[in-house]
Design a protein around this ligand. Structure first.
Ligand code: PLP
Length: 394
């Protein structure tokens, strides 16, 4: 198999037999057929590309070809957002009466799906501490159909043992879905470790430029066919222009990822020694309690880290205000660094108890961009010095 950089540049070539070097954008809602038979067949073609754009479009097929090859899966498909990918997949794979296992530390939308939407539809759920592989086993019931994992997790950077969970699930005939947004296929390939379906917020690293909302799913064709069938009903279709932008972004993922990894590591190392900081959560640090597991299943540790400050909520907030390069934003994985204060962001969404359980008040999530490491480190240290000085004079 060619290397990842070759894959991102060439894997889609067969999907657009065109002489255009840059793939054309098929900005059309529908495609015409020459005869009734071809037309009828088009409607039945899972992840097809020339019937109706909600059913599939050449620009979707191009990105899907690249994602499937990067994730080393048989097939892939794209959706309008990461949440569209997850919700469509889960609705396709579970029914009322079924049970789903998820993680306590997980993306907010995933948590809400597990805690609110699924129970409302008669699907019971259990959230476990992913650091304890035995917890997944103890949560299994005879009705368990699906396990949702996310590693490293948002925003605490906990690690899930992907092989162990995949083996456990397989032994009990349970499907596994892994959120690979933080790692990307450059740092981690869940399917190689036995996970059934991999999904992404392609809004983040895959697109890489903070200008598109998109999602992706990768896995065996038979499972993706079922998810595609449900996607016709959820209708969260990625616009052709956004698919083309995503393809443009993903072309440079193998160039960007090593820089994110370097910047994440540099920021984590620099901040872990700082007197304003109680703890840095980053799987690339030897002090991370699951560093060995992370090193075993990952090729790099990514650009996201979270930092806890000695002065709690107020100091974390002040740190954000003192940062020059990272902007205060909920996203990650673009070219520019972004930072967020989860306890402040979720204050309106969660009850006080849920909030304390979910995240320490003095935690900041930093998502490094592709800027020069030295500049990001100097900026972060300057901000940490500033909040420390403020705390001492106060
Ligand atoms: C952003 C994000 C999502 C949700 O994706 P959207 O594209 O915003 O719908 C899911 N998982 C993780 C880890 C994320 O960071």
């Amino acid at each position: 198999m060619p290397g990842t950089s070759t894959v991102t540049v060439h894997a889609d070539r067969e999907t657009h037999p065109s002489r255009a070097v840059a793939p054309p954008i098929y900005q059309t809602a529908a495609f015409a057929a020459d005869d009734a038979e071809t037309f009828a067949a088009g409607a039945l073609q899972p992840r097809g590309k020339d019937f109706y754009t909600r059913y599939g479009n050449p620009n979707h097929a191009q990105v899907a070809a690249v994602v499937a090859e990067l994730e080393n899966t048989e097939a892939a498909m794209v959706t309008a957002s990461g949440m569209a990918a997850l919700t469509t997949a889960v609705l396709a794979l579970v029914s009322a009466g079924d049970h789903v296992i998820g993680q306590k530390s997980t993306y907010g939308g995933t948590a809400s799906l597990l805690l609110n939407l699924l129970p409302r539809l008669g699907v019971s759920t259990t959230l476990v501490d992913q650091r304890d592989t035995g917890a997944f086993e103890r949560a299994l019931t005879p009705r368990t159909r699906l396990i949702l994992v996310e590693t490293p997790s948002n925003p605490l950077l906990h690690i899930t043992d992907l092989s162990a969970v995949a083996d456990l699930a397989r032994a009990h005939d349970v499907l596994t879905l892994a959120d690979n947004t933080f790692a990307t296929p450059l740092n981690q390939r869940p399917a190689d470790l036995g996970i059934d379906v991999v999904w992404h917020s392609a809004t983040k690293y895959l697109n890489g430029h903070s200008d598109v909302s998109a999602g992706a799913l990768a896995g065996p064709a038979e499972i993706l066919d079922r998810i595609w069938d449900t996607s016709l009903l959820t209708g969260a279709v990625l616009g052709p222009i956004d698919a083309a932008l995503l393809l443009r972004g993903i072309r440079t993922l193998p160039l960007r990822m090593p820089r994110y990894n370097d910047n994440g590591q540099a920021l984590a190392l620099a901040l872990s020694g700082h007197p304003a900081v109680t703890q840095v959560h980053y799987p690339g640090l030897e002090s991370h309690p699951q560093h060995k597991l992370a090193a075993d299943q990952m090729n790099g540790f990514g650009g996201v880290l979270s930092v806890e400050f000695t002065g709690g909520f107020a100091m974390a907030d002040a740190f954000l205000s003192h940062l020059h390069y990272p902007r205060r934003s909920a996203s990650l994985g673009g070219v520019g660094s972004l930072a967020v204060h989860p306890a402040a962001m979720w204050a309106g969404m969660l009850s006080a108890d849920q909030l304390t359980e979910a995240v320490p008040p003095g935690l900041i999530r930093l998502a490094a961009g592709i800027e020069d490491s030295a500049d990001l480190v100097a900026d972060a240290l300057h901000a940490a010095d500033a909040v420390l000085a403020q705390a001492t004079t106060a």
